[in-house]
Ligand binder design. Structure first.
Ligand code: ATP
Length: 227
């Protein structure tokens, strides 16, 4: 809190303006506007194929938008040199992919600890904590092939949260999970939002998962509409 009674203005974690993506002449979406504040949990829903994963990928810079701008923590990402973009993403973003992208030759603990290692701040105690938070205590020494699909999904979530990113992008993180495990995974995401003040954008088909969010937005070809 600032002195003199006035609250310091908070900067949005994410601002998306006029965002568009096309393949050839066909636009997947365009004119997308979105602002997400620290501590906000936003769910994005919409029909299959409407472009939810593509939107998330454009926000993360994993896919190049064809129109508009993405501003993360006040920084227009496209204006940074490529290596600075990669570092910025590594530091501030946590991404849970639909396909887990777990590295097969690293142990579960090494996979989860990788973001910290890449940032030059390895921390085994935090890895142990992160595994426990998603119900994988004691499984750190295993290889990914020795885990079930639902357990792998939780490895991906622990890895996305371990460096306490300011923006978490989660693409169907509870898609392959039984209802109990899905609830636990959503709890881990919600905790990160509440306790660390992170912002989270969740793409989901699950009504139950969307209920955890503060705002539910429906993606159409030319807007994100409040539900
Ligand atoms: N490389 C590509 N070339 C052409 N079209 C593509 C390509 N990749 C994706 N698309 C199209 O872009 C659209 C958006 O796909 P996307 O995966 O973002 O949708 P989604 O809303 O996440 O779908 P789902 O809910 O089924 O996961 C789809 O219609 C898809 O066919």
């Amino acid at each position: 809190m600032s002195r003199g009674g006035a609250e310091a203005p908070t900067q949005p974690v994410l601002r998306v303006s006029g965002l568009g993506k096309r393949y050839g002449d066909a636009w997947v979406f365009r004119g997308i506007e979105l602002q997400v504040e620290p501590g906000e949990f936003v769910a994005i829903v919409g029909e299959s194929g409407v472009g939810k994963s593509t939107l998330l990928n454009c926000i993360a810079g994993l896919d190049r938008a064809d129109a508009g701008e993405v501003t993360l923590l006040g920084q227009s990402i496209a204006q940074l040199p490529e290596t600075a973009q990669a570092h910025f993403r590594r530091r501030h973003l946590g991404f849970v992919f639909q396909a887990f992208h777990v590295l097969p030759h690293l142990s579960v603990a090494q996979n989860v600890g990788l973001p910290l290692l890449l940032l030059g701040t390895p921390d085994d105690a935090r890895v142990t904590q992160a595994l426990a938070a998603v119900g994988l205590e004691g499984l750190g020494e295993r290889l990914p092939q020795q885990l079930s699909g639902g357990q792998l999904q939780r490895v991906a979530i622990a890895r996305a949260l371990i460096h306490r990113p300011q923006l978490i992008l989660a693409d169907e993180p509870s898609g392959n999970l039984d209802p109990g495990t899905a609830a636990r995974v959503m709890e881990a995401l919600a905790l990160q939002v509440e306790q660390q003040g992170a912002a989270c954008i969740l793409v989901t088909h699950s009504h139950t998962a969307a209920q955890r969010a503060h705002r539910v937005l429906r993606l159409t070809a030319d807007a994100l509409l409040g539900e």
